[in-house]
Each structure stands twice: as C-alpha cells, then as structure tokens.
Ligand binder design. Structure first.
Ligand SMILES: [Zn+2]
Ligand SMILES: [Zn+2]
Length: 352
C-alpha cells in the first residue's frame, strides 16, 4: 500500500478537502497511473452529497471522479497492454465479475457485480473504491483504456463518462449517415451527443429552451436548432426523427418529443429526472415507437469511442480548473454555469 493525495468529502454536508488515501501497490495485472486530468460529472456531486442515498448510499470519506486521464508509472508483471510512460484513461468501471452474461457480451456496465470507480466495495483493500480526484490510481489493465495521442488531454477526460454515455446509445440505435437525430438539452452530455452524432454523419437537430444557445449548438455541429417552447417549430418536425437522445435531468414533457419520432423511431433517456415521467402510451403504440434508457458503455465500446474521437479529433469543451476550485465548481454546476464540462488539472494537487 502507499499513500496518495486526494480531495475527499468527509460527510454529506462537508465540502471536498485535501486528504491522504491508501492505494494498493500494483498486483500482477494492475496499472498504476499518475492522474493528469479528471472531469467533473454531475454524479460526483450527487454522491459526494449522498443524494442517491436510497439506491446507492455514499460511504465516507468519498473521493469522486470517473473521468480520468493520466500517464502510466508502474505496471504489474503480467500486464501486456501498457508500459510506463503510456497515456491511459479510466472511466466509471474498474472491475466486474467477468463471467455473467453481461460481461460475456462486453457489457460490463450492466454486471450485477460491477466495481465502480468510486463508492463501490473495494475487493483489494476493503472499504470503498476512491476515484479520480487524486494524484494516482491503480486499476486492473482490463479496465484501463488507451488514449489516442492527438487529443487534448483536459478535453479527453470527460469522454470517459459524458462521451461514452452518449456514444453508446447513438451506436446502439444505428445513428449514421442518412438518419435524423435529435439531441434534447446541451450541457455536459448533450454537447458531446451533438459532436458525436455529427461525426457519425447524421442530420443533427438540437432542442433547447434558450435561444441564446443557438449559435453554440451550430458551432458544435448541429444542422438545425429548435426552440422547444415554440409549438409551431416543434410541429414542423412531427414524425420525422429516427432517434432522439434526451439528456435533460429536469422535469420536462417527454410526449412532445415522442410525437417527433417516425415509425419505429426511438427516444433514449440518459438524464434521470427524480420524479417518474408521465408517458402518453398512445404516442408509442401508433407508430411502434420505443422509449428507453442507456447507461455508459462496456470497456470495448469505450475504447471504440476513444478511437473514434481520435480519428475525428473530438474532445469535450472544458473549463480547466485547479482542484482547489472544486467546491465552487459544484455550485456552478448546479446552475449550469459551465461550457460544457469542468476538467480538473491534477498538477494543482501537488501543492497540497
Ligand atoms: Zn459520470
Ligand atoms: Zn459480470
């Protein structure tokens, strides 16, 4: 074991603060990574504050962070994929049982025994896993991703959650050239969905409540922007979409979007409103439309996404901050005051 520097929450109402945590020395299959950047995901805030208490209670101290990019410093004797000096990335998963039907299908995110990057039982040291708000992390090589060398590293970090969360449903539902894809909401997830759907060749339409976001949506790769409060504008697109990705976590009228799908069209939710949504089922029945959800992606697909981003030079739009500004960043996240993701420059942790 060794001590690593980190920022952790001591309780649901405590701000994140500098702390020391124990990390395991690399076992034969492990890779030790010096963390260079870690993105801030909204689920970091939810878990640091124990807001998912009912389903996924937080164990303190809590070190959030699952959008990790860094450089390999040490590898175990059996590690074949990485050597010291390589760039490497870690997303939301650091292990799984590797035997269940989901793991066999390469869908480790649905494994009933998945080990998440933080706040998940730690098989090696006991207690819970600690995430990327830290100077280093040790992860089994099977859950470590390769990073294309051409990408900006601060903007690459958010690909590990926001990127794969949007890439996976776009691929699953066949978004490609000749398809019309909608993206509802442009925040951390939505802005990635726009870039990725555009690079996949689809005709991309962004739905937003704020006319002020129109120019930015076009810059990100949208072909059209619809102000969702304008019923006439919405009606013009009725029955025309192959796929809509809904990234809004706030309460909103899902039925207005279902009406925009063509026959067999699908709307997938990746934002999770706290209250159950009222769905008008006739909207689904009459055109065999479907309504679904999606959760990050498996390890193979996460690598595919990173390689795709490398080939198309896609990264997240980030505001880089030092770790000392993380509590302020959380407050700004609550009022969507970021374009479009915070990325923590982990070099700032060295002075703690
Ligand atoms: Zn996340
Ligand atoms: Zn499994």
């Amino acid at each position: 074991m060794y001590n690593a520097k980190a920022y952790s929450a001591a309780g649901a109402t405590s701000p994140l603060a500098s702390a020391k945590i124990a990390r395991r020395d690399p076992t034969e299959h492990d890779v030790q990574i010096d963390i260079l950047f870690c993105g801030i995901c909204h689920s970091d805030l939810h878990q640091a504050r124990d807001e998912w208490h009912d389903g996924f209670p937080t164990v303190y101290p809590c070190v959030p962070g699952h959008e990790i990019v860094g450089r390999v410093t040490r590898v175990g004797s059996a590690v074949a994929k990485f050597k010291p000096g390589d760039l490497a990335a870690v997303g939301c998963l650091v292990d799984s049982d590797r035997t269940c039907p989901n793991c066999q299908a390469g869908l480790e995110q649905f494994c009933p025994h998945a080990t998440f990057t933080y706040n998940s039982p730690d098989k090696h040291l006991g207690g819970v896993t600690y995430g990327g708000y830290s100077d280093s992390i040790v992860v089994d090589e099977a859950f470590v991703l390769r990073v294309p060398s051409n990408l900006d590293l601060a903007g690459t970090a958010p690909l590990l959650c926001a990127g794969i969360t949007t890439y996976s449903p776009l691929r699953h539902w066949g978004v490609t050239k000749g398809k019309k894809a909608g993206v509802v909401g442009i925040g951390g997830l939505g802005h990635m969905a726009v870039k990725l759907a555009h690079a996949l060749g689809a005709h991309v339409v962004v739905f937003t409540t704020s006319p002020g976001k129109k120019d930015d949506a076009l810059r990100l790769g949208a072909d059209e922007v619809v102000i969702s409060r304008n019923a006439d504008e919405m009606r013009r697109h009725a029955g025309s979409f192959d796929f809509i990705l809904d990234a809004v976590a706030a309460e909103h009228d899902i039925n207005a979007y279902i009406q925009l799908l063509r026959r067999d069209g699908n709307i997938t939710l990746v934002g999770a409103p706290a209250k159950p949504l009222p769905v008008a089922v006739f909207g689904l029945i009459f055109a065999r439309r479907s309504f679904s959800g999606s959760l990050i992606g498996g390890i193979a697909e996460t690598q595919e996404m990173l390689d795709f981003c490398g080939a198309h030079n896609i990264t997240a739009d980030v505001e880089v901050i030092p770790i000392q500004k993380v509590n302020e960043a959380y407050e700004r996240l609550l009022c969507s005051d970021v374009k479009y993701r915070f990325s923590i420059d982990m070099a700032s942790l060295k002075s703690e």
